[in-house]
Design a protein around this ligand. Structure first.
Ligand code: GLY
Length: 425
């Protein structure tokens, strides 16, 4: 099978490595890719958000399957263009990608499907902001204000704060730039990212993972696209996982079918396990980053075969997934000043080792690998348990040099020390 992966992050590097382990995959290409993906796939410099350009490339490469990594091409309809050209595609249609592209759409789907989620309100008029803030946040009995950009914002459009002025300032800034704001009630409880391969009403869950969104240890500092992740979750009972699949993901998949926008691809449920059970924080229409880097490290089943089955409507016939024993942890190495405007152009050494996935990297004319984005590398460790996987990931990071870089030192730590329990809420 000839596979083309669209995207340029560590998620796509992880997808390519897992695809390269599938004996059924004999050719891999990536567009546009990064300095790390060049070692595993042929690189093609096309505009990943242009349906015409991606179709032309897939046809030129004779691709049997195109896997679209990021949300932006999906929300823009690149998947539709590929399907229209008769190319098997892993990734939802533009209509189905609205589950991530519009939080208001996602809320409506969840309401109709009877799925528990935060209560919310869209504000699109600055004159209504103060009254709306008064209906949310600590004075309204919540622990914090949750202020989100209604559209795509790469994880950075979200502010969770107990400071009303900070909540107001973020909302006002979004409104000033023409972005409707979503105010939400705060969902208390440990968070879970559950990725499901979905084709219509067929749902195949992967291992659950947990992501670390704040930039600093102990969940301090601003939100980022994600600073690390681990899988599986030793504190999550199997029956809660089943509950998420049966009471959240399947009803949403069924509702998408009944609206005529069946979802085909990766449906990512981000949840909080509250004292009232799982509640959805958000849905995404693609593999999550950085959780994918950890989850795929434990996948034993051939990934190309799985994604091709979803893309061709035969997911229901796919055999049950096999997983390696043990745990996986990924730790993101970020550039100086990330999540603000990151410093780029620094030379990186030690990044061509096993377990080091690339995101914001490029190769300079003199051959040096340099930083070119905020999240630069995603280092993956595995082990017989979470403590061993953490030790493996942090040992690998010691060999990497990137001036000014930073990473969290506590990815998976609370879970490894048994400090997460559902009784804590
Ligand atoms: N892990 C967060 C995201 O992929 O959006």
């Amino acid at each position: 099978m000839r596979v083309l992966v669209i995207g340029s992050g560590a998620r796509e590097h992880a997808l390519l490595l897992a695809l390269s382990r599938d004996p059924g995959v004999d050719y891999l290409a990536v567009a546009p890719g990064n300095a790390g993906t060049a070692a595993v796939a042929e690189q093609h410099d096309v505009d990943a958000t242009s349906g015409d350009a991606v179709v032309a490339l897939a046809q030129r490469l004779n691709a049997d399957l195109v896997v679209i990594g990021p949300e932006v091409p999906l929300v823009l309809g690149v998947g539709d263009a590929l399907r229209k050209a008769g190319i098997a595609t892993f990734g939802p249609s533009k209509a189905a990608a609205r589950i991530e592209g519009s939080k208001a759409f996602a809320k409506d789907v969840m309401t109709v499907a009877g799925v528990r989620t935060a209560t919310s309100e869209i504000v699109d008029n600055p004159a209504h902001l103060d009254a709306a803030l008064d209906r949310f946040g600590p004075p309204a009995g919540q622990r914090a204000w949750v202020v989100k950009d209604d559209g795509l914002a790469a994880g950075k459009g979200v502010v969770v704060t107990v400071d009303r002025d900070a909540a107001r300032a973020h909302a006002a800034e979004l409104l000033e730039t023409g972005h409707p704001v979503l105010l939400e009630s705060f969902l208390d409880g440990p968070e879970v990212s559950l990725f499901c391969v979905v084709d219509g009403e067929t749902v195949v869950p992967l291992l659950p993972a947990q992501d670390f969104k704040r930039v600093g240890d102990n969940d301090t500092g601003p939100n980022t696209g994600g600073m690390g992740a681990y899988t599986p979750l030793p504190w999550l009972p199997a029956e809660v996982l089943t509950q998420i699949v049966e009471e959240v993901v399947k009803p949403v998949a069924a509702e998408m079918v009944s609206r005529g926008s069946a979802f085909s691809g990766l449906l990512y449920a981000g949840l909080a396990i509250t004292s009232n059970g799982p509640a959805v924080v958000e849905f995404n229409c693609r593999f999550g980053d950085p959780e994918t880097q950890a989850v795929l490290a434990l996948l034993d089943s051939p990934l190309g075969t799985l994604l091709h089955a979803a893309a061709t409507g035969t997911l229901a016939d796919h055999p049950p997934l096999r997983w390696r024993d043990g745990s996986a942890v990924t730790v993101v190495v970020a550039a100086e000043n990330y999540p603000g405007r990151p410093r780029v152009g620094d030379v990186i050494t030690g990044s061509e080792a096993e377990g080091v996935l690339h995101a914001g990297t490029s190769r300079r004319d003199d051959g040096a690998i340099v930083s070119s984005g905020g999240r630069v590398l995603s280092v993956v460790g595995t082990g017989t348990d979470l403590a061993a996987a953490r030790a493996d990931a942090y040992r690998r990071i010691e060999s990497i040099r990137l001036p000014g870089s930073h990473f969290r030192t506590d990815i998976g730590l609370a879970a490894a020390e048994g400090r997460i329990s559902l009784g804590d809420q």
